[in-house]
Design a protein around this ligand. Sequence first.
Ligand SMILES: Nc1nc2c(ncn2[C@@H]2O[C@H](COP(=O)(O)OP(=O)(O)OP(=O)(O)O)[C@@H](O)[C@H]2O)c(=O)[nH]1
Ligand SMILES: [Mg+2]
Ligand SMILES: [Zn+2]
Length: 287
Amino acid sequence: MIKGIGAIYTVFSGDATYNCVAQKKTKQIAEFLIGDEVEFLEENGTYFITKILARRNFLVRPKVANIDQLVIIIAKLPQPDLMLVDKLIIYADNMDIDTLLVVNKSDLINEAFVTDIKNQYASVVDDIIVISAKHHLKLDELKEHLQNKLSVFVGQSAVGKSTILNALSAKLDLEVGELSKKTDRGKHTTRSAEVFELDNNTLIVDTPGFSLLDLFEVEPKKLHEYYGEFLEFSNDCKYRACNHVQMLLGECAVKRAVATGKLNKDRYDRYVAHYNDIKKRWESRYD
Ligand SMILES: Nc1nc2c(ncn2[C@@H]2O[C@H](COP(=O)(O)OP(=O)(O)OP(=O)(O)O)[C@@H](O)[C@H]2O)c(=O)[nH]1
Ligand SMILES: [Mg+2]
Ligand SMILES: [Zn+2]
């Protein structure tokens, strides 16, 4: 896995790092992205990258490839925008990236908040952890999840993305912002995405706000496929192509599961809102 700076690329291989240069030929083939898996060889004391291996996924902005996990960070304040969390999970799912949901600022929350988040997301994301960056609580657990991976931190402004990074590494001193007293919202302190190396082979991209989201939009009739928790019920819907929105309770097993508390109602209600939203946009675009 590489981390590039200028014309020198740091390549992590096993426990060692190598400073490599691109072979002329390789350079012509493609541009390197952080996270690229490469082959390299040594010639007279210089290491040359000879090949970029196929990418599992990549982002254009920031330029990273082979992302292992999206670390979605929320807190009680700023008030979580769970529709945004839902969209990030869909985005990750589509790119085949794992998801870790981090509830930060545990010093400010009560049990009920955590229980609600777990009810909504336990079956949807790969893992949920509760930490406090400010008070250094459960950071070891977070570290374990990050080890030997390329992670991208995302979340609303002021949830504590940069604070977490500072807490994870004594080397870092990133700028952190306050919540606006008037609106209880963040001030977009981090301006551009940047990659940090915690250990060999452990890379983290800190991002501002939500620049990722505009890149991908699901087709309305496929949206339900991204709500994994619906799956065990949807086979019992009367119609195969049921979208779990317009159908009656008697026809839609997903709706019945919501009514009987087997599926989380908040998640389902946001699904309906999301569905109607993209449907409207698709219709105005293609009609
Ligand atoms: N109480 C408490 N406050 C925290 C915690 N973690 C971060 N904060 C505070 O949250 C505020 C925002 O933190 P940042 O790290 O700047 O948030 P960010 O997500 O990087 O925000 P942007 O860069 O704007 O996207 C700061 O005032 C931090 O001190 C925590 O665990 N507990
Ligand atoms: Mg920040
Ligand atoms: Zn249905």
